[in-house]
Design a protein around this ligand. Structure first.
Ligand SMILES: [Zn+2]
Length: 366
């Protein structure tokens, strides 16, 4: 049975929640911790971008356990600011469907040649508006795991995609309804017309902390081989479902912090460690939404590495062109936008209706 069928069957049979508890002793933890990735939303002064013919919205890993995210302390504000909960994401999907959006595959949206990229006409059902849903940092950095996201994705021997979480005290639980790909599959069971040609979305991965919760950045050896095999199983399942993949840089460092030479070295690690797992991709998602396309050295290096379609973070689904290659603004779907009811979100949803009441009533962002 194909993984998709197995997954759907499992959803039907097992239902929305499934947890098994075992002890955690064998759970390998990714090494190292980097500064928190935070998207930057800003209007680029002095420029009048075009509006993209395809809407772009992005999320981070979901807050799977709000009671672990919204705890007074140093991490509460960043969890509130940059993430949405499972319940909010479910409401977002309902809203997107109601507003006429339909998911499309980046690989179908763009016709890519060596020298240029064009938007390919899509024969969508009448009244539908194309949307690329992207998901950044599906790596599960330590601060995320410690504050309410799941810990990793894994696929079992039956081909079922689980979200595994190491809970306080070391108990491990597996769930079928705590992360974007799972929630989306369940939504599509009831709303198959929300996806065009089996589209799901674009997953943007860094490499410094491994991918999908597996420590693929570690030194060669049996543990690395195991992590790579586990990650490959997840990737194969996600691809079979319709997900596509992008680079999100290796190190998720700002241009200011990581100068060109160090960035270039770390990008080689993405090519060596991540690309063999996810496959070559023409898609690049700038960390923090930074405008690296204005940095000629980085731009040339990214082009030389084979990247052809670039994604940033902006208040609108903007479109720019450089060297016949598109640069797309993506609207962040996060707690900050919901809390402050950003008007730009209204084309997608009503923040008041999506809002998860488990969030703190007030919050100051640092
Ligand atoms: Zn990021």
């Amino acid at each position: 049975m194909r993984p998709l069928c197995q997954f759907l069957l499992a959803v039907l049979l097992v239902g929305r929640v499934c947890a098994d508890a075992v002890t955690v002793s064998t759970e390998a933890q990714p090494e190292g911790s980097q500064p928190v990735p935070e998207p930057v939303t800003k209007v680029l002064k002095g420029e009048t971008p075009l509006m993209s013919p395809v809407a772009n919205l992005f999320v981070h890993p979901l807050i799977a356990f709000p009671e672990r995210a919204f705890v007074p302390g140093k991490d509460e504000s960043r969890m509130d600011e940059w993430f949405i909960t499972v319940g909010e994401f479910e409401k977002v999907l309902e809203s997107l469907e109601n507003k006429g959006y339909i998911l499309v595959k980046p690989s179908e949206v763009f016709e890519i040649t060596l020298t240029e990229v064009k938007f390919r006409p899509l024969d969508l059902p009448p009244g539908r508006k194309p949307l690329i849903l992207s998901m950044d940092d599906l790596n599960y950095y330590p601060y995320m795991r410690a504050n309410g996201t799941v810990s990793r994705l894994r696929v079992d021997d039956r081909g079922i995609l689980w979200a595994r979480t190491v809970m306080p005290g070391g108990v491990v639980r597996d769930d079928l309804d705590r992360e974007v790909p799972q929630v989306l599959e369940q939504f599509l069971l009831a709303h198959p017309d929300f996806s065009y040609h089996g589209a799901r979305g674009l997953i943007a991965l860094t490499g410094y902390n491994g991918i999908l919760g597996w420590p693929t950045q570690q030194a060669p050896g049996p543990a690395l081989r195991e992590a790579e095999q586990e990650a490959k199983r997840v990737l194969a399942t996600l691809k079979a479902l319709g997900w596509e993949f992008a680079s999100h840089s290796y190190a998720h460092r700002s241009q200011r912090v990581q100068k060109f030479d160090a960035w270039s070295v770390s990008e080689d690690r993405w090519t060596a460690e991540v690309e063999p797992l996810v496959g070559a991709t023409p898609f690049y998602v700038f960390p923090f939404g930074e405008t690296w396309w204005k940095d000629e050295a980085r731009w040339d290096a990214m082009k030389a590495a084979g990247f052809r379609v670039f994604f940033g973070v902006e208040p609108d689904s903007n479109l720019r062109w450089k060297d016949n290659l598109p640069i797309l603004g993506r609207v962040p779907l996060d707690g900050r936008g919901l809390r402050h009811k950003f008007a730009k979100l209204n084309v997608f949803l009503d923040p008041r209706l999506v809002w998860d009441p488990s969030r703190p009533a007030t919050m100051t962002y640092h």
